[in-house]
Design a protein around this ligand. Structure first.
Ligand code: GRF
Length: 200
């Protein structure tokens, strides 16, 4: 069974969806570690509620970004992690970590990439005036939200949407497609072929 780590910074609703899918036997992965750059992240409590080892460390307390990511990398390697899922993790990974875990890092983003990468994607979508947005699970490469796309789901934009109502409906779809993407990867069914991901 693949060994799964989840990196989080905040609420942890995607983490919870993933852990529930694992507990229900829908995803053949063993969650071995949850790590956060924010020791106060509610996501850490969700991990502990599911009996998953959880570690929150502030980069500032460690002396900066470099030391933080050295700790992250060492901890992931020590835990013999096969797959890293970023779930609301608000930092760009160092290229060294991306390279070490090439095509073994997934992220979820609240837009239909390549539209609206970066922060505040639901607000960007509203301000642009699109009728349809959604979410994307993709492999992580060195860019910001640029890696090969695994799954996407569309979400209509409603006339009275605010960034918050839109983000809430998008999150519901994230909670469906993120565990599904992890399931496919855990079953060895994702093949990265240039920019395209084939599901075999
Ligand atoms: C999600 O909207 C995800 O797309 C983005 O950050 C948010 C995380 O939410 N990357 P949560 O912490 O999983 O509730």
């Amino acid at each position: 069974m693949i060994r799964l780590a989840v990196l989080v910074s905040g609420r942890g609703s995607n983490l919870e969806a993933i852990l529930k899918a694992v507990a229900a036997g829908r995803v053949a992965a063993q969650p071995v570690l949850v790590m956060s750059d924010n020791p106060q992240a509610p996501a850490l409590q969700i991990a502990r509620d599911h009996r998953v080892p959880a570690l929150g460390v502030s980069p500032r307390a460690l002396g900066g970004r470099e030391a933080f990511f050295r700790l992250v990398e060492d901890t992931l390697v020590d835990a013999r992690v096969d797959l890293i899922a970023l779930a609301g993790f608000m930092r760009l990974l160092p290229s060294r970590l991306v390279d070490r875990f090439r095509w073994r890092i997934l992220n979820v983003h609240p837009s239909l990439l390549p539209a609206f990468p970066g922060l505040d994607a639901p607000r960007q979508a509203l301000e642009y005036g699109v009728r349809v947005t959604g979410c994307t699970v993709h492999f992580v490469d060195e860019g910001v939200d640029t890696g090969p796309i695994v799954l996407q789901a569309a979400v209509p934009v409603l006339a009275d949407d605010t960034p918050e109502t839109l983000a809430t409906r998008i999150r519901r779809e994230e909670h469906r497609i993120y565990p599904e993407a992890i399931r496919l990867l855990a079953e060895g069914r994702l093949v990265v072929d240039g920019r395209r991901v084939r599901i075999v």
